[in-house]
Design a protein around this ligand. Structure first.
Ligand code: DAK
Length: 257
């Protein structure tokens, strides 16, 4: 895959997308979002890929949507071009996606990280929704996802003041799953992605679908939905293989069936 604003790297069953607009702190312009969406669609349909990583560079995961590109938009142009739809490829991807964040993850950058399945943060990571300082509000899920991650009080404070939080605060409040030394971020993300990629892909799809359902349902609906998905796992050959391997004290050899 040859793109201008992202680099791709394949490691076994893991596909890594590295945002690549370093002079603009990886500001997310339309081209980058389109290329990332296209890359994700390719990874989704590639049966040799089972897990995905999105990362940036040492200084920035992404410092937000590209302000220079956005500044002259009008209500009509934003509304008519359906500005948000480009971002949907990220949330539609069924394969597990890890955000590996070092440096700034601001505005759309923080929203992009939150669209992934979980966030591994380098010690240097800084998260924020500073849109209010530009006279706008978050527009790619920030008010909704940040509140669900960190609760109303902290989300309100972050969104109403635009202040950033560091990686330790982000871990304390549940925005990120782990904080890792900067120099180990990518190797740790790849190791984690490889562990996931060696599991049964249909089970991973079901697990991801079930967790995501928790954000769109009441507890009782979610429990009911999970139970149905759980029952369906017994139709997989991978379930037979996983349990047989446990009893035979060997590693399972999942075939994604
Ligand atoms: N857009 C464009 N360029 C950016 C940028 C951005 N978001 N962030 C940084 N840059 C550029 C700077 O302009 C500068 O370029 P030159 O001026 O040298 O050409 C270069 O990157 C380096 O930045 P600085 O010189 O500012 O670097 P510092 O280390 O001094 O400061 C900083 C780093 C991250 C604190 C600072 O750059 C900063 O405050 N950046 C802006 C952060 C921000 O406000 N982010 C939120 C943007 S609004 C939607 C989807 C998404 C969104 C909305 C709707 N839909 C689909 C509906 C999202 C909106 C946003 O994200």
């Amino acid at each position: 895959m040859n793109y201008e604003t992202i680099n791709t790297e394949r490691q076994g069953k893991v596909m890594l997308f590295k945002l690549n607009r370093p002079e603009q702190l990886n500001a997310l312009n339309a081209r980058l979002i389109d290329e990332l969406g296209d890359g994700l669609k390719g990874a989704e349909s590639d049966e040799n890929i089972s897990a995905i990583i999105i990362t940036g560079n040492d200084k920035a995961f992404a410092a937000g949507a590209d302000i220079k590109e956005m500044k002259d938009k009008t209500f009509a142009s934003a509304y008519m071009e359906n500005f948000i739809s480009r971002w949907e490829a990220i949330t539609l991807c069924r394969k597990p996606i890890i955000a590996a964040v070092a440096g700034y993850a601001l505005g759309g950058g923080c929203e992009l990280a939150m669209m992934c399945d979980f966030i591994l943060a380098a010690k240097s990571a800084k998260f924020g929704q500073p849109e209010i300082k530009l006279g706008i509000i978050p527009g790619a899920g920030g008010t909704q996802r940040l509140s669900r991650f960190v609760g109303k009080s902290k989300a309100m404070e972050m969104i109403l003041t635009g202040r950033m939080m560091d990686s330790d605060e982000a871990e304390r409040c549940g925005l990120v799953s782990r904080v890792i030394r900067d120099e180990d971020l990518i190797s740790e993300a790849i190791k984690t992605a490889e562990e996931i990629a060696n599991l049964s892909l249909p089970s991973l799809f079901l697990a991801k679908e079930s967790v995501n359902y928790a954000y769109n349902s009441s507890l009782s609906q979610g429990i009911e939905y999970e139970r149905k998905l759980f029952h369906s796992t017994f139709s997989l050959n991978d379930q037979k293989e996983g349990m047989k391997a446990f009893i035979e004290k060997r590693k399972p050899n999942f075939k994604n069936q």
